[in-house]
Design a protein around this ligand. Sequence first.
Ligand SMILES: [Fe+2]
Ligand SMILES: [Fe+2]
Length: 197
Amino acid sequence: MSARNQTARKTTRRRAEANKPRLPGDLEHDALVERMIRVDQAGEYGARRIYEGQLAVLGNGPKGETIRHMHEQELRHLETFDALLADRRVRPTVLQPLWHVAGFALGAATALMGERAAMACTVAVEEVIDEHYARQAEQLGGDEAALKETIEDFRATEAEHRDIGLEHDAELAPGYPVLTGVIKAGSRAAIWLSERF
Ligand SMILES: [Fe+2]
Ligand SMILES: [Fe+2]
């Protein structure tokens, strides 16, 4: 984006913000968008690693193709957020090495519990991401139309992943409510941390 466009964008935003009551806890617009890009890049990175963990265990099995398909899409998502991170000079999360290990471990561990548990992991994670992207899209205004569109587009893919998990008997995984409850809590914690660190 050119410096002039950026200035114009900021001016429009300032005018819009002047008419809007601000809460003390409101983040400045730029900080909010930076935080979104940081956490989304982290999330897509984590998703990539989860599917890699699943593929390490189930890659040659009957669910291999399905998981590979989702992994491919996560790679596209990650590429987009890697590029956004670079373009806008946003600092990536310092927790990336943790997500590298934890994502893979979660994918592999659930896969070792069985195909249905792996699918339950997908349902839990993608449900949290779906909510997360919905909330972000809601927060973004017209001055970030492209980012909003990207997020809505990715959100549709994540919902598709959740549905794939459900179609592949995720709910028949042993201990499904507890398993998904724990994974969702972990995913929400990961989001919270990646937004801040
Ligand atoms: Fe994704
Ligand atoms: Fe996904």
